[in-house]
Design a protein around this ligand. Structure first.
Ligand code: KG4
Ligand code: ZN
Length: 345
């Protein structure tokens, strides 16, 4: 079984081909970072237009790389949400049009499910069940991943997502968009013990997270310090976020009784987070797996793979084949639990 995956939920156009016997055959990514940089953030209308421009050429390129043709595909999976409405429409409509022309099914995948399953594409894949720490630009969540389509929210951020906190703090430090990687790079030259920043909800006893107070503390610090101190501020901020995430990750493992943790989402590419998780949790007997950094941020491979996983279920496949009219619905806001339920209808 061979499947094409399409990701266009935000500012990356991602395409990949995943095959039952050959695994990931090819993937391509077009990042819009340069396009949005001048505005300091993603401009939705520009994002949609750029997806329109790049998606079809990227599909052609990916098929060539995979030495495959449209007629050799068995299905097309596309991100249907959550994300920017206009951007999602591009992926959904192209996927549906191609699938209709080839007389194969096209079906929606939840963007966060893509992230949650992406560690299974790595060299050291976890086995179900496991705990996932999902830290992206829009989400910071601990999830219990019991099996495919069975995900339980254990705790999440009550305000800013971890990536959002990185991005906003980077902006305070005058760093270019996207802030996360730039801040992480600056932090490498700084002393994390220099400034004592708050560790919000560290000892709250649950798995909730909060990052907006930390950002406010950094804002005050920036006003009081000089540019020479910015690397130390970046390192101190990064350490505060990492310490909270690692402490709560340990709690999440203890709470579920699961022995494996996976990290997913853009902030999962952060080297200090990876190092600290491994150093803290491995000696305690927990297994920690990280997807390759390129799979942490948005990509088409995670959507192709999640789609392929669902197609392994005969019930899913027969339901898909039984739905006769081609069409699609996008979900700019999409509850993951609702999506999981829809998989079983
Ligand atoms: O998962 P993702 O690509 O997009 C969303 O679905 O949100 O995550 C993007 C987020 C951004 O906030 C970006 O600044 C952050 O991940 N990020 C990082 C790093 N690389 C990306 N944050 C900290 N350290 C990094 N190395
Ligand atoms: Zn994402």
């Amino acid at each position: 079984m061979r499947i094409l995956g399409i990701e266009t939920s935000c500012d990356e156009t991602g395409v990949a081909v995943y095959d039952s016997t050959q695994g990931l055959m090819a993937e391509s990514l077009h990042s819009q970072v340069a396009l949005h940089a001048a505005y300091g953030g993603v401009v939705p209308e520009l994002a949609s237009r750029d997806h329109i421009r790049y998606l079809v050429p990227l599909i052609e390129q990916t098929l060539v790389q995979a030495h495959t043709t449209l007629s050799q595909l068995d299905a097309i999976a596309y991100t249907a949400g959550p994300g920017l409405a206009g951007a999602l429409l591009v992926g959904a409509s192209v996927a549906t049009a191609l699938a209709t022309a080839e007389n194969i099914p096209a079906f929606p995948v939840h963007h966060l499910e893509g992230h949650l399953l992406s560690p299974l594409l790595g060299d050291d894949p976890p086995d179900y069940p496991f705990v996932a720490l999902l830290v992206s630009g829009g989400h910071s969540q601990f999830m219990a991943i019991d099996s495919l389509g069975h995900y339980r929210l254990l705790g999440e951020s009550v305000d800013d997502a971890a990536g959002e906190a990185f991005d906003k703090t980077a902006q305070l430090l005058g760093l270019p968009y996207p802030g996360g990687p730039a801040l992480a790079q600056l932090a490498e030259q700084g002393r994390p013990e220099r400034f004592k920043l708050p560790r919000p909800l560290l000892h709250s006893g649950d798995l909730q997270l909060s990052f907006s107070g930390l950002k406010t503390a950094v804002a005050q610090l920036v006003r009081a310090q000089q540019v020479e101190d910015y690397a130390d501020i970046a390192a101190s901020f990064e350490q505060a976020v990492v310490q909270v995430l690692v402490h709560k990750a340990q709690r999440a493992l203890e709470h579920t009784g699961y022995s494996q943790l996976v990290v997913a989402g853009g902030v999962g590419a952060n080297r200090t987070l990876r190092r600290t998780l491994a150093h803290t949790l491995s000696p305690l007997g927990f297994r920690v797996s990280f997807p390759p950094s390129a799979l942490c941020t948005d990509n088409g491979a995670m959507i192709a793979y999640a789609g392929w996983c669902h197609l392994q279920s005969p019930e899913f496949l027969s339901r898909l084949k039984a739905s006769p009219t081609p069409g699609f619905t996008i979900h700019p806001r999409w509850d993951l639990a609702e999506y999981c339920q829809s998989l079983r209808l």
